[in-house]
Ligand binder design. Structure first.
Ligand code: FAD
Length: 475
């Protein structure tokens, strides 16, 4: 099919409001939160329903054109970069909450609904959707499913896959299928689980049935200031060793605390080495006891100041420092790259020391803000993209940090996915045979590899370069 003909056929399906054609408007879609690689899509298509999505994907199938799914574009690994796919399909016009079943604690939503909107929609029933990425005000449920996203509260409640009961997937030939459903357990292979975390390589998720949780009867949020990151991480280990499972355990190091303080004036001491935010929730009696235990363990580990919140307003105030951390980092350097690795929790002090050593060797400034309870680190590497040498050093340092995570028994990503950023690191974790098996499984859904090509898997030579060839649009 001719490109011009394809474009007009797509317009017939989604209307002019569902097609983004001018270069300046498409440029907005050139990257996600990982800004080290960019590519402007040839065309952006925004279907407004599953039926439109099926029709769009069917047209691309007939024309043999690859596509890249996109939610809100907050991804941090270049997952929705249109490198080998000329057409981007966004879900931003699919934002309806379709059905709330408050008695069975379920909700069906379209894929473009922002994570936080789900909780807002069910608040009146005393319910919430547990996975809460720090980007939750913007990121979409479809993106969360593709990345199997976590968040501060997934330490206790689990990540996205634990809260998605079913999903509707538009396969790369345009057929819509449901995997899973309204009930907890469906016989047969867990294809729902396979698609969650597959980073858009199996097709496009259009609807999802999500599990809702009852809001906890009580909670307490504690913020502890430590003289060093080492002291804070030892408090994290002590809390877990004591048998307390907080809903959240979030840590920020000196550089981040300073940035947050300069930006928002929370009154953290100028010499604070780290800030730990812990939240416990559940039945009132247990919460009180657990909160006291957490405070004591923090003090034993060397905390110099403890603040606690008992009202919703105070709680929001304590969380603000963590949730605004990424925004505050913008004051430190023109650009930053957020890495995402995992280590066994007990290895946190070691990985943090290694990060400091790597940063010194590459002459880079690095701050750390992370989900400490999960051992999920987020070193933030500061740089100026106008300095190509510095960009190269950031990429190299990032790779060394991930290799160190693997060496310590961890993984190259905790929640941000592989995308384009970490393709070269996949062989650190998987043998060539592992990768062949994974790709064979992917082909069950996408035999022609047209849904988000060039992501997750190394090319057969195993070598991945920053500049990748782009697939041509058929003319
Ligand atoms: C400030 C900030 C804080 C963050 N904090 C967290 C955090 O705490 N935890 C965490 O896990 N992540 C976090 N992230 C990363 C990011 O928000 C998540 O990965 C999120 O799930 C991406 O959702 P999105 O809608 O923006 O997806 P996008 O960035 O648009 O896409 C991400 C991937 O999903 C695919 N995709 C998108 N929609 C669909 C769909 N409907 N069907 C199939 N594939 C699809 C894309 O092709 C791409 O591969 C953070 C990001 C930022 C910028």
């Amino acid at each position: 099919m001719q490109w011009a003909h394809l474009r007009e056929s797509l317009r017939t399906v989604v209307g002019s409001e569902g097609l983004i054609e001018p270069y300046e408007a498409r440029k907005v879609y050139e990257c996600d939160g990982y800004t080290l690689e960019r590519a402007v899509p040839e065309l952006v298509v925004l279907p407004a329903s599953t039926a439109e999505m099926c029709a769009v994907v069917r047209l691309l199938h007939r024309a043999g054109v690859p596509f890249v799914p996109r939610g809100a574009g907050t991804g941090l690994s270049g997952g929705c970069l249109p490198l080998e796919a000329p057409v981007m399909i966004g879900t931003s016009r699919m934002r309806r909450i379709l059905e709330i079943d408050s008695l069975n604690r379920r909700v069906m939503v379209e894929a473009g609904v922002a994570n936080l909107e789900v909780t807002r929609a069910v608040t009146e029933f005393g319910l919430h959707y547990a996975p809460d990425p720090s980007s939750q005000a913007a990121c979409s449920i479809g993106g969360n499913i593709a990345e199997n996203s976590g968040g501060p509260h997934t330490l206790k409640y689990g990540v996205t896959t634990n809260h998605v009961l079913g999903l509707e997937l538009v396969l790369p030939d345009g057929e819509a299928v449901w995997l899973g459903g309204w009930v907890d357990d469906v016989p047969g292979y867990d294809l729902r689980g396979f698609v969650i975390g597959s980073e858009g390589t199996c097709g496009i998720v259009t609807r999802a049935i999500l599990r809702l949780l009852r809001n906890p009867e009580a909670w307490q949020t504690i913020l502890a200031v430590f003289p060093s990151v080492a002291a804070a991480t030892s408090a994290v280990s002590a809390v877990i060793a004591a048998g307390v499972v907080p809903a959240a355990l979030e840590l920020m190091d000196r550089l981040i605390v300073q940035a947050v303080e300069q930006a928002y004036h929370f009154g953290f001491p100028a010499d604070a080495g780290a800030v730990l935010i812990a939240e416990v929730d559940g039945h009132s009696a247990a919460v009180q006891a657990e909160a006291e235990a957490v405070k004591k363990l923090c003090l034993d580990a060397g905390a110099t100041e403890i603040r606690s919140a008992a009202t919703e307003r105070e709680r929001a105030e304590l969380w603000k420092s963590r949730k605004r951390a990424f925004g505050a980092v913008g004051r430190l350097a023109p650009n930053y790259c957020t890495q995402d690795g995992v280590v066994p929790r007990t290895c946190l002090p070691e990985i943090l020391q290694r990060i400091v050593a790597i940063a010194e060797r590459y002459r880079l400034r690095v701050g750390n803000v992370f989900h400490a309870g999960d051992g999920n680190i987020h070193p933030i590497l500061l740089f100026d993209e106008r300095d190509p040498q510095e960009v190269r050093r950031v990429l190299e340092a990032g790779r060394e940090i991930l290799a160190a995570c693997v060496e310590l028994g961890g993984s190259i990503t905790g929640e941000h996915g592989v995308g384009v950023e970490k393709i070269a690191e996949m062989p650190l974790l998987f043998t060539p045979q592992d990768l062949i098996v994974m790709q064979a499984l992917r082909q069950v859904f996408d035999p022609e590899q047209r849904s988000n090509p060039g992501k997750m898997f190394p090319s057969p030579g195993g070598c991945v370069e920053v500049a990748r060839p782009r697939r041509q649009v058929p003319v």
